[in-house]
Design a binder for this molecule. Structure first.
Ligand SMILES: [Zn+2]
Length: 390
């Protein structure tokens, strides 16, 4: 009971940022003396700061409780198919240090593990004073996660990683708690905690693969075995090209980065066909007709998938992430047109479709938010992680 009261209070203080002890008692139904003794312990542990408010109308001025965003840092990691991003943040998602390394992670598990460890260590040592306490490490991975084997990646999607317990290996190497999350779910968490999320929205990550993270009534929806949101394998065109999953015409084979690059390679007369999604985005933003056309085509396919999603889940908005969203309206306008042509509900639901407002480290920050969420559920994370920078 006491532990859950403490967790409830600390989460409430994080949400409010600054709140009076009296208000906390009112909101939680705990007695003033219970609130004051728990908050006193938080202050001793450095999790909150107590300060006096200005003079009140008679009586003693209320004691205000401020969440200490700098009490710990969190490490967020995005292991993408072609890069690793590490972002060390404070407890409010503000970046203290970050590092981006291009790297083909899917075929090279051991080298990727070594890179992750190196990058986390170097970011931590750049993030602040030595001895800054670290809550743990959240890692976003380009794979669904099976709730029965939460430390491992899908051997179906990443065969080279078969039998490797990524979470355990990192715990041993870093000496910190580690949680894994699917990358689209991590993007959704970043929007929910620090971005333009809300209680009912879907985050869609468009990259080498396409995945969705659904927040339903305020919580991330993972499904029965943890693979909800594998939107990339929605069948869009039954007569389309074959997909690695065994079906044809999945959204992923039509609108993922490899499909984009194939379309670009087939453009007649291009002297240097692009080798990355970012190059296509740059050409599109410069008004090159072939690139505008490819981005619009991608938007059209995404619109087909999104029309189905809106019919199923009725989100208030959809947030898109991934490098391609830097093409802005060149992507979003054809996407909306395609979705509304296929779904009466799309128009009726007034669903808003936007690009993420969090920068390129959003997915890493979202993985860190998962670590913070765990710790606000189980406060033992706050006392058990006092390791110095390795
Ligand atoms: Zn597929």
């Amino acid at each position: 009971m006491r532990a859950s009261n403490e967790a409830m209070l600390l989460r409430r203080i994080w949400q409010a940022e600054l709140v009076s002890r009296a208000e906390l008692a009112r909101e939680t139904g705990l007695s003033a003396s219970t609130v004051s003794s728990i908050v006193g312990r938080f202050a001793e542990d450095g999790l909150v700061r107590l300060q006096e408010a200005g003079p009140s109308r008679g009586g003693r001025p209320p004691v205000m409780v401020a969440f200490a965003d700098d009490a710990y840092c969190i490490v967020g990691v995005e292991m993408g198919a072609t890069h690793v991003t590490v972002a060390v943040t404070d407890l409010r998602g503000r970046i203290l240090a970050e590092e981006y390394t291009p790297f083909a992670t899917r075929e090279q598990p051991e080298e990727t593990l070594a890179l992750l460890v190196r990058s986390v260590r170097s970011c931590r040592s750049r993030a602040g004073a030595p001895g800054l306490r670290c809550l743990g490490v959240g890692v976003a991975v380009p794979s669904p996660l099976d709730v029965r084997r939460p430390g491992e990646l899908s051997a179906l999607i990443l065969p080279a990683w078969r039998g490797i317990n990524l979470a355990e290996r990192l715990v041993v190497a870093l000496g910190l708690p580690v949680v894994l999350e699917n990358d689209a779910n991590a993007g959704a968490l970043a929007e929910r905690w620090f971005g333009i999320g809300g209680d009912d929205f879907t985050f869609i990550k468009v990259g080498t693969g396409i995945g969705a993270g659904h927040v339903i009534s305020g919580s991330l929806y993972r499904g029965a075995t943890g693979i909800a949101g594998e939107m990339g394998h929605l069948a869009i065109d039954p007569a389309g090209p074959p997909c690695s999953c065994g079906n044809r015409g999945c959204l992923h084979v039509l609108a993922g980065t490899p499909a984009l690059l194939q379309l670009a390679a087939a453009v007649p007369g291009l002297e240097h066909p692009p080798t990355s999604a970012l190059e296509i985005v740059a050409a599109c933003n410069a008004g090159e007709p072939w690139a505008v056309e490819i981005v619009a085509k991608l938007g059209g396919w995404l619109g087909v998938g999104i029309a189905g999603l809106v019919n199923l889940l009725n989100p208030s908005h959809i947030v898109l992430g991934g490098e391609i969203v830097q093409a802005g309206e060149a992507l979003l306008a054809p996407l909306r047109a395609s979705a509304s042509a296929r779904s009466l509900l799309f128009s009726a639901s007034h669903v808003e479709i936007r690009a993420t407002s969090l920068g390129p480290a959003a997915t890493a920050i979202g993985a860190g938010a998962l670590m913070l969420d765990r710790a606000l559920d189980d406060l033992s994370f706050f006392v058990s992680t006092t390791q110095e920078v390795a």
